[in-house]
Write a protein that binds this ligand. Structure first.
Ligand code: ZN
Length: 137
């Protein structure tokens, strides 16, 4: 299923993570529920410097993921040559530029072309609520 949306809570979490990593780059993979990105997958051993993030994807064989996200502390929201090579492995790729606000990110497809991701409210798994409801009686 094509990824077309991102949960607003997940986007906020990404923006906060990018902010926290500044001036170093933040990088992670994205997990989707159907057509909506809902989760950030941190990779063990991700090298982060102010110039580049190398995602060690070989450390997570067979883990399904819908996309990638990384930050550009420089504020430029366009893919580098290396980004374009990495993008080919993912359906959707988000670049967040400093200052990491709702206005400073863009999504790109496999080919590095701009694509749109609708920011939506997503109802996160409510198993925990059900569990708590069990104590009502
Ligand atoms: Zn980049």
């Amino acid at each position: 299923m094509a990824v077309k949306k991102i949960a607003s809570d997940t986007l906020d979490f990404i923006l906060e993570s990018c902010k926290a990593s500044h001036p170093r780059e933040f990088g992670a993979l994205l997990e989707a529920d159907g057509d909506t990105i809902i989760n950030v997958i941190y990779l063990p051993g991700t090298d982060s410097t102010s110039r580049s993030v190398s995602l060690k994807t070989w450390m997570m064989p067979n883990m399904p993921h819908a996309g990638s996200v990384h930050s550009h502390p420089s504020g430029a929201i366009r893919p580098s040559e290396q980004d374009l090579i990495f993008f080919r492995m993912n359906e959707v790729n988000i670049i967040v530029g400093s200052p990491y606000t709702r206005e400073s990110w863009k999504a790109f497809n496999k080919n590095g072309d701009l694509t749109s991701l609708e920011v939506v409210d997503y109802e996160f798994n409510d198993e925990f609520d059900d569990y708590l409801d069990g104590f009502d009686d």
